[in-house]
Design a protein around this ligand. Structure first.
Ligand SMILES: [Zn+2]
Length: 397
């Protein structure tokens, strides 16, 4: 146990040293080409378990990763985040071989309220004030269909309470808006997130998300691997993560789209093999991996209806047998597909839950109102930043 804890703290402390290179993952680079670059035997990858191979396919171009080279140019260690929770760690051991493991990411998370008058553009001002490019996009998304940001003029106002993960001082992962107010020509619009169902409602508890149903995309024999975000495996004595659900089914079995959307990616994607990614209208994306082949005529940008045939089950990429790996992402975060598929997206708060929600919304409105007094109409105001650090799950060996 001691050994592992030392290892984790070593990784964290060495990250702050100057020898660590922080750089972005190049476009077109795969896990295998990365190993090749450092002359690391490819068996490191081929001997991984299926779930870990799939995690290697989750590496996204342009994401930051952390690298330490030895003086002779060989790789000492590398940390590659593949989700907001999990990172891949490859390191050189004393006997000069390389090892692979998955580790939880130790990040900070802060919640803050920011209020500002509009002087130029919402996107530029928010990015300048918070360092997050994604916050404005998320803000516009939750007000879609009500507040018209194009109508915003000088001296209109926004106030947002949001939380953001940060890694080594940089925003990391998607910002999470808890509450927001947009004032356009004196009219105020509100959105509050209900943590229970992860949806947004206005100050009266009225919801907006269109009712949305995902469908299981195939007739399957069994579920061969469940979604796990970050779990300490007591038998294997390591962290495990599997960012999707694996449905075992015979080769050639038809795969259908889980929901309406547009094809964002169609082609080979590392260890995922033949993969289709569909973007849906509500911040969701679905990913269908290891396909034997795609249905003809599909390309990037093709509009897809729920239940439409898109491909066939196979075991392309790295897969131990024919199955469909289904990934589901909400605003860039991997979520458990089965949880969303089983529960339809229902609108509305009722009874006591609604009362509590409205009462909480009132408290936030009051907090927002306090910053929108005349003195604060000039500059961006930042309130109460609360910071917490994620804890590594204790390991028992
Ligand atoms: Zn899988």
């Amino acid at each position: 146990m001691k050994k592992i804890i030392i290892l984790i703290s070593l990784i964290i402390s060495t990250l702050f040293s100057t020898e660590i290179k922080e750089t972005t993952w190049p476009k077109g680079e795969t896990f295998l080409t990365f190993l090749e670059k450092y002359s690391i035997p490819q068996k490191l990858y081929f001997e991984l378990e299926k779930e870990d191979k799939e995690l290697c396919s989750e590496i996204t171009a342009d994401n930051y990763y952390y690298l330490k080279e030895n003086e002779d140019g060989t790789l000492d260690q590398v940390l590659i985040p593949v989700s907001e929770e999990i990172q891949l760690h490859i390191f050189k051991t004393v006997d000069n071989t390389y090892k692979f493991e998955t580790l939880p990411i130790s990040y900070q998370e802060y919640t803050e309220t920011i209020a500002m008058p509009i002087t130029s553009s919402v996107s530029n001002q928010l990015q300048e004030a918070t360092g997050s490019a994604a916050l404005a996009a998320h803000l516009k998304y939750i007000f879609k269909g009500s507040a018209n940001f194009r109508r915003m003029q000088k001296n209109d106002f926004i106030a947002i309470e949001y939380s953001q993960k940060s890694l080594l001082g940089r925003p990391f992962g998607q910002p999470d808006i808890k509450a927001a107010m947009v004032e356009i020509s004196g009219k105020k619009y509100y959105r509050f997130k209900n943590e229970k169902d992860d949806k947004y409602y206005d100050e009266k508890g009225i919801g907006f998300t269109k009712t949305y149903f995902f469908k299981v995309p195939l007739t399957y024999s069994r579920i061969s691997s469940q979604f796990t975000k970050k779990r300490w495996h007591p038998v294997l004595k390591r962290y495990r993560a599997h960012l999707g659900t694996d449905f075992a089914a015979p080769r050639g079995r038809k795969i259908y789209a889980a929901g309406d959307g547009k094809i964002e990616f169609i082609g080979r994607k590392g260890g995922y093999g033949n993969t289709i990614i569909i973007r849906h209208s509500n911040g969701y994306k679905t990913l269908y991996a290891h396909q034997n082949k795609f249905r003809g005529g599909l390309r990037r940008g093709t509009r897809i209806k729920r239940g439409q045939h898109i491909g066939y089950v196979g075991s392309t990429g790295l897969s131990s047998g024919p199955h469909l790996h289904l990934g589901l992402y909400k605003n860039g975060r991997a979520v458990n597909p089965l949880r969303v598929i089983k529960k339809p997206d229902v609108i509305g708060l009722k009874g006591k839950r609604k009362k509590t929600f409205i009462a909480n919304a009132k408290v936030t409105i009051k907090k927002f109102q306090e910053v929108i007094n005349d003195e604060n109409r000039e500059n961006a105001t930042r309130l109460d930043r609360l910071v917490s650090t994620s804890k590594l799950t204790p390991r028992k060996i």
